[in-house]
Design a binder for this molecule. Structure first.
Ligand code: OSB
Ligand code: MG
Length: 373
């Protein structure tokens, strides 16, 4: 499929409520959308880099630069057979996984449409089992002004049908929070995400969390660390999950070889896209570890592709793929809703991502649009 044209959109949408992590609050969420055009088909991708370099060094503006000046010129006019082709085309750009992932997602959408498959079916092609129809999902709740407000929010999400709750923590807002949650909800499946806010010196605090029967503790130490996590792991009882540290297939292998984690949160966008995400999935299945799909406050465009990934057989824990109405109303595609009876979301089964873009809404939230031909 010759890549005939590429659209790039810079969009900004208000979040329904600010999302606060250990690196600060977020109210308006910027991101990029990208469309690959070939043979009358259009494949869509989302670049989740955002306003600030908090979670990642990439921002929506650096991603615009890397995409428009390097990745898009390299991609335009090429013959795309399979999404894997992008690996060699884009290797000349070091880093910038979130920018690369926008094209990767769009290539999976485009080629799945060409093959007459949903993206879930295309991703699941190498496995005996087909993709799951529905995937269990949890919610990620940001840092609230008070513990009592957090308890109210948890209650509301349990009532909606969510079966797994993730709470953000930071030093000074951790043990008390976990203790209050466990006291109020004795059987709740809940976990904590520190987004790299601790060091090995905080080991006693992290050990104190052992008392609350957490599902897991996500990324307590450095965003670029693997080694110190392997030091921490035998000192705590809570299963340790890595997010930020796993930036490639090699890093996943390093983490497993030195015993740095029990669980991996695969964010396809953090590892350049769905091709590498599936390789990490396969490695994790071989290692027999816990595995789930992480999120980055995606619009429905990105959520559709996360759901496709989460439908693969090796994902054995609920992902951060909560309903899009938690963040954006309206969204630029029809909302993905929670099946409240079992805490799942239905995986789209239409061609490719199985979404339909609302172009009126898209143009309303677009700050910049460029067409590359
Ligand atoms: O660390 O998992 C994270 C959102 C933005 C950046 C980092 C993270 C998150 C989330 C939200 O936890 C997950 C989601 O609901 O999309
Ligand atoms: Mg995380």
């Amino acid at each position: 499929m010759k890549i005939e044209a590429i659209d790039l959109y810079y969009i900004s949408q208000p979040l329904i409520r600010p999302f606060v992590t250990s690196f600060g609050p977020q109210q308006d969420r910027d991101c990029l959308l990208l469309a690959l055009h070939s043979e009358g088909l259009v494949g869509w991708g989302e670049c989740v880099a955002t306003n600030d370099p908090g979670y990642s060094y990439e921002t929506a503006k650096t991603a615009w630069h890397i995409l428009s000046d390097f990745l898009i010129p390299k991609t335009l006019g090429q013959e795309l057979q399979e999404p894997e082709d992008l690996q060699s085309w884009h290797r000349f750009v070091r880093g910038h996984p979130l920018a690369k992932a926008a094209i990767d997602q769009a290539a999976w959408d485009l080629t799945a449409q060409r093959d007459g498959l949903s993206m879930a079916q295309k991703l699941a092609a190498p496995y005996d089992e087909g993709p799951r129809d529905c995937v269990p999902v949890g919610v990620s709740i940001g840092i609230q002004p008070s513990i009592s407000q957090t308890l109210v929010l948890i209650e509301q999400h349990i009532e909606k049908g969510y079966r797994r709750i993730k709470l953000k923590i930071k030093p000074g807002y951790d043990v008390q929070l976990a203790s209050a949650v466990r006291e109020r909800f004795p059987t709740l499946s809940f976990m904590l995400d520190a987004n790299s806010a601790y060091t090995l010196e905080d080991t006693p605090v992290l050990q104190a969390l052992d008392a609350f029967d957490l599902l897991m503790l996500e990324q307590p130490l450095g965003h670029d660390d693997i080694y110190n996590h392997s030091k921490l792991r035998p000192q705590i009882k809570t299963p340790l999950c890595l997010d930020e540290s796993i930036v490639s297939l090699d890093h996943a292998r390093f983490a497993l070889e030195i015993g740095a984690c029990d669980i991996i949160n695969i964010k396809p966008t953090r590892v350049t896209g769905w091709t590498v995400a599936r390789q990490i999935h396969d490695l994790s299945v071989e290692a027999g570890i816990g595995l789930w799909v992480g999120g980055m406050l995606e619009t429905g465009v990105g959520r559709a592709a996360q759901l496709a990934l989460a439908s693969l057989p090796g994902f054995n824990l609920p992902g951060d793929i909560s309903a899009t109405e938690r963040y954006y109303v309206p969204d630029i595609v029809a909302p993905f809703l929670l099946n409240s009876e079992d805490g799942t979301i239905t995986v789209p089964d239409g061609p490719g991502l199985g979404i339909e873009i609302d172009f009126e809404r898209l143009s309303y939230v677009t700050l910049q649009h460029e067409i590359f031909k």
